[in-house]
Design a protein around this ligand. Structure first.
Ligand SMILES: C[S@@+](CC[C@H](N)C(=O)[O-])C[C@H]1O[C@@H](n2cnc3c(N)ncnc32)[C@H](O)[C@@H]1O
Length: 273
């Protein structure tokens, strides 16, 4: 266990780039597509098309270059936007919605499952009172493939910068076997974590763990990029009440279509009876 008082607060908070390998792959594909287009245009310019390359093949390669270039660069840019701006907006909206179900008193015990560099943990800590004894706990396994420069130190550094180091605590542990007693938390949050768990049955295991550590009357708030049909029916089957599902609107529909359904940012909230 590590506390935020051990870290010097310097600089701006940085909640990290999510899925950095996927984002890099998108940019590489985008640049590769544009290079292919440039190569075909150059071949036209120096008279290679027709002489060495049939013009139909050149057109097909140019189209492939345009499609790959535009798609890769757009998806890479969108993933950057999601990590730098979009998820901060989601955080505020989700924490406001938690307050709509159970108004923030400042003395809550909050858990951020898969906290990464502390996005939800720090956001929740900002709603806790300094004197009222609230605490925001972040737990993670610090997987670098899920978030760039992922570490407890980074999460605590962000808490220090945001002025809430005295209200946070970090643990290292697995979402599928949370090291807490039943009913330990008033609010359990998780942002863009559960879809990473394999095999898919582990996602429901993690949800059950989140419900186990939630107090009766407590709120679970889950944001993710995939899997909500399964999450919703699972929470319903566990008797959760006041279910709220945010379908992500037009942005989620467009991104879902462009990604073949694998990237559709949505969220849900529910209350444990
Ligand atoms: C895409 S990142 C999101 C991090 C943070 N919630 C955010 O939104 O900025 C996913 C996080 O889930 C964590 N994670 C993945 N599998 C986990 C597991 N089984 N238990 C705990 N954390 C896990 C990763 O280490 C990573 O920090």
């Amino acid at each position: 266990m590590t506390t935020g008082n051990q870290i010097d607060p310097i600089g701006k908070p940085d909640y990290g780039i999510d899925a950095p390998g996927v984002r890099r792959g998108m940019f590489i594909a985008g640049v590769g597509g544009l290079l292919l287009l440039i190569a075909v245009v150059s071949a036209h310019a120096v008279g290679l098309v027709e002489a060495g390359l049939p013009s139909q093949a050149a057109d097909a390669l140019a189209s492939l270059g345009v499609l790959t270039g535009v798609y890769g660069l757009f998806m890479g840019a969108y993933m950057t936007y999601g990590s730098r701006i979009g998820k901060l907006r989601t955080r505020d909206r989700l924490l406001d919605a938690v307050g709509g179900l159970r108004s923030w008193q400042g003395n809550e015990a909050v858990l951020d499952v898969g906290c990464g560099r502390g996005l939800m943990m720090v956001g929740a800590a900002k709603r806790l009172g300094k004197e009222s004894g609230g605490v925001a706990v972040g737990i993670d396994l610090w997987r670098e493939q899920d978030q760039a420069a992922n570490s407890a130190t980074a999460a605590l550094h962000n808490a220090g910068i945001e002025g809430v180091a005295d209200r946070v605590r970090i643990d290292t542990g697995d979402a599928r076997a949370l090291p807490y007693a039943d009913g330990s938390f008033d609010v359990v949050l998780s942002h863009w974590v559960v879809h990473n768990l394999e095999p898919p049955a582990d996602r429901l295991r993690a949800l059950d763990e989140m419900l186990r550590v939630l107090r009766p009357g407590g709120v679970i708030a889950l944001a993710d990029i995939d899997g909500f049909a399964q999450y919703l029916s699972h929470l319903e089957s566990r008797g959760l009440t006041q279910l709220q599902f945010h379908d992500g609107g037009l942005e989620a529909r467009v991104m879902g279509a462009l990604s073949g359904g694998s990237y559709r940012p949505q969220s849900l909230l529910a209350v444990r009876p």
